[in-house]
Design a protein around this ligand. Structure first.
Ligand SMILES: *[C@@H]1O[C@H](CO)[C@@H](O)[C@H](O)[C@H]1NC(C)=O
Ligand SMILES: *[C@@H]1O[C@H](CO)[C@@H](O)[C@H](O)[C@H]1NC(C)=O
Length: 539
């Protein structure tokens, strides 16, 4: 064969290959979501709700690992609005995180198109409005990332997949709640608890003998709940994108901001069974119910609504410790430094973050190590990108709580980290309330739950072998939770209380994960459609 023919063939093959690479790009999924007010009556009384495409709760976003998800959010409210994607790691892409530290809010009668990839994640998540207490009025929905063909999941594909958004609910509406918080009040107790927008009556139907997946998320503002199904055991399979050792539970505690997926086999006589969610560790217990109905059965639910477990922290702590990583499950999961053995990675930083509540000048505030967060006029990410000085303060939060209590300092605080730092964080809770902490941009191993004061000798009790990874961790009253995290995602990331009034009134901060080497291998450039506001606005 002549040499030029051979070359032409070779180039032809290369051209085909590059064409193939373009075609092999991960698929796109497009959504257009219009956000409006609408009247809803979840507790019987009409109130102003926040709807997406006319729906409360909002539409379910189903996608597949590595899909490119494009969501054009059109804001038809009378207030700026923003959505965040709870637990989607936004790899290299804090531009799309949808919190006030990374994005300008979407002004009324305008829109912003989020573009992100659920890169190497499989699991049960949800989205919600991140600003202005809008979450108290709706705007949240399920976000399920399913496995791609070649990635096996460690259980047979279920016969069906149900998404349950469960949360406390307030009759007051988001504007009244916000006014009360702005005026110095604390969040009152909730008026009810809802499952998919209803205190009772949601129905999930399946065939006798088959197994179904229930994805259960706590979308509430402030209250943990206990979840159970009359006469049925639940096998936990996934916690916030992490496949766990599959154990059976009669009931499961789900803390604010968390998600868990369980498998339920319809192995009882054909009929209808209560699904129940009750507020946990509250003096008066509120319960919502739904129905698990066997197809072909028309019988009504009967018998007693299964009662919640006793008000007892110990059982809840033991259950939290029972969620362990399935080390042999071959699924998308974090793999820092090429090793699943997170216990042997050297820690580069250690922080103890303590939450406090205090009244400052007659107003309720919440703080972290003595600092209470103030939203800036310019997103931190934009200030960083455009080198706008004076927007935030760096590294003022100390690595351990101050020894003596003082009035909290109002500050827009950012802690700086190096890309690939491996960090220990201990959340210390000296209050009598349950806490829930969330970190954007990464998940983390929850290596211990303890009571009393943490001290370094307690590191000996860490689970350094098969702790599960998640994005939101509860901290029991007068106790602590320890996490380890691999900061492999450059960007500006929110660390916040998932208890929404605490977040709103200062219990949050940002971490800036950074390397001086400027490369799109580490972080994408600012998106062309980025909204600009505050001091980043082009004049
Ligand atoms: C608003 O929506 C239009 C399409 O209707 C889109 O072209 C545009 O990029 C969106 N704006 C932003 C800021 O994303
Ligand atoms: C862990 O995952 C493996 C592999 O997918 C699966 O076969 C096994 O049943 C799981 N083990 C437990 C205890 O959940």
């Amino acid at each position: 064969m002549r040499r030029d023919v051979l070359l032409r063939l070779l180039f032809g093959a290369l051209a085909c290959l590059s064409l193939f690479l373009v075609n092999a790009e991960d698929p796109y999924r497009f959504f257009t979501w219009t956000v409006t007010y609408g009247t809803i009556s979840p507790l019987g009384l009409p109130q102003q709700g926040i709807l997406i495409n006319g729906q409360f709760p909002g539409p379910q976003l189903d996608c597949v690992t590595n899909d490119n998800v494009v969501v054009n959010v059109i804001n038809k409210l009378d207030e700026p609005f923003l959505l965040t994607w709870n637990g989607i790691k936004q790899r290299k892409n804090s531009w799309q995180d949808g919190v006030l530290g990374t994005n300008c809010p979407i002004l009324p009668n305008s829109n912003f198109t989020f573009k992100w990839q659920a890169k190497d994640q499989i699991g049960s998540f949800f989205y919600f409005p991140s600003t202005a207490m809008h979450r108290a009025a709706g705007g949240f929905g399920g976000l399920n990332v399913n496995q791609r063909g070649p990635i096996p999941i460690p259980y047979p594909v279920p016969a069906g997949d149900f998404t349950l958004l469960v949360g406390d609910w307030y009759k007051a509406g988001h504007k009244a709640i916000r006014q009360s918080l702005d005026a110095g009040g604390a969040l009152p107790l909730p008026d009810g608890i809802l499952i998919n927008g209803l205190p009772q009556g949601s129905v999930f139907t399946g065939d006798q003998g088959k197994t179904y997946k229930f994805r259960v998320s706590n979308v509430g503002l402030s209250t943990a709940f206990n979840f159970r199904i009359q006469g049925h055991k639940m096998k936990a399979v996934e916690v916030e994108g992490s496949h766990v050792i599959q154990e059976f539970y009669d009931s499961i505690d789900v803390h604010v901001g968390q998600s868990i997926a369980v498998l339920v086999t319809l192995d009882q006589p054909a009929g209808a069974y209560y699904i129940a969610a009750s507020t946990r560790f509250t003096t008066s217990v509120l319960t919502a119910t739904a129905v698990l109905r066997y197809s072909k059965s028309t019988a009504p639910v009967s018998g007693q609504i299964p009662p919640p477990p006793a008000f007892q922290l110990e059982g809840s702590i033991l259950q939290a410790r029972s969620f362990r990583w399935n080390l042999t499950a071959n699924a998308a999961r974090p793999n820092p430094q090429g090793s699943y053995r997170y216990g042997s990675i050297t820690r580069t930083r250690s922080l103890v973050l303590a939450n406090t509540a205090s009244v400052v000048n007659g107003r309720q505030r919440y703080a972290v190590n003595g600092f209470t967060y103030v939203n800036p006029d310019t997103p931190l990410k934009l200030a960083d990108y455009f080198n706008i000085p004076g927007v935030f303060s760096v590294d003022n939060i100390p690595a351990a709580p101050p020894a003596t209590a003082a009035a909290p300092i109002f500050s827009t605080s950012v802690l700086r980290f190096n890309l690939r730092d491996f960090v220990e964080v201990v959340f210390q809770n000296n209050e009598n309330d349950l806490q829930s902490w969330h970190i954007d941009g990464t998940d983390f191993w929850v290596v211990a739950y303890g009571s009393g004061q943490w001290d370094p000798s307690l590191r000996g009790r860490y689970n350094l072998v098969d702790a599960t990874t998640r994005h939101t961790v509860q901290v029991f009253p007068n106790g602590w939770s320890a996490i380890l995290m691999a900061l492999e995602n450059q960007g500006m990331w929110n660390v916040r209380s998932a208890m929404w009034a605490r977040q709103y009134l200062g219990q949050q901060l940002y971490i800036r994960v950074w390397t001086p080497e400027k490369s799109t291998n580490n972080e994408y450039d600012i998106p062309a459609n980025a909204l600009l506001c505050g001091r980043a606005r082009r004049s």
